[in-house]
Design a protein around this ligand. Structure first.
Ligand SMILES: [Cu+2]
Length: 204
């Protein structure tokens, strides 16, 4: 099974060279907007799920629901104090929801290797045995949630914009969970069931 990792500057994808970029501008003083213009940093990575024994960066732990050969593409853009994360998938099961998050550790032979969810502000009550389930921390502004629903062909995409950029800590992986949607209620916030698949992807 082949694993392909592609890193491309956003400039290439956006075709920055297609028109005169104009003179360099001083730092923008406008408040943060949801635009992706003039990104500070951008990375893109793709992975193809493979069984654990054959996988390098993209693992399936449940081939019936996260089939080998399924493709994930992750794009991360940090700009204007915001981070936008886009995920697109192909060849998952058709017409199915998947709860998906950024996690702190690279993938490994078992799903738990990816560690807990990446949190911008870490829940002080969380421990390795008891991950954060407090909605004050386990929420889609403090974590990166990429829940999506596939179409009839098993393709889908989603985008999350969070109000921070990465400091010393960055996520290391994307985990696909069994449940179709991430829970938000107190005591369950952020949970989504068993880990179906994991994609090790640097976020910058
Ligand atoms: Cu998760």
């Amino acid at each position: 099974m082949r694993i392909v990792i592609v890193m491309a500057a956003l400039c290439a994808a956006a075709g920055c060279g297609s028109s005169d970029p104009g003179p360099a501008q001083p730092a923008q003083t406008q408040p943060a907007q949801t635009t992706t213009s003039e990104p500070a940093a951008s990375t893109r990575h793709t992975g193809t799920l493979a069984p654990v024994e054959a996988a390098d960066t993209a693992f399936t732990y449940n081939p019936a629901v996260a089939p080998p050969g399924a493709e994930l593409e992750l794009e991360v853009v940090e700009a204007d104090s915001m981070t936008t994360v886009r995920l697109s998938v192909d060849r998952l099961l058709p017409d199915r929801g998947y709860a998906i998050h950024a996690h702190t550790q690279p993938c490994g032979r078992v799903g738990t290797d990816a560690g807990p969810h990446y949190q911008h502000e870490i829940d002080p009550a969380a421990t390795p045995d008891k991950p954060s389930v407090d909605p004050a921390y386990a929420n889609p502004q403090n974590e990166i949630w990429l829940d999506l629903t596939t179409d009839g062909q098993g393709s889908g995409s989603t985008e999350a914009t969070v109000p921070f950029v990465f400091g010393d800590r960055v996520p290391a992986s994307i985990v696909v969970h069994e449940q179709q949607k991430t829970a938000t209620e107190h005591g369950k916030a952020g949970t989504a069931g068993a880990r179906l698949a994991c994609f090790t992807a640097p976020f910058r």
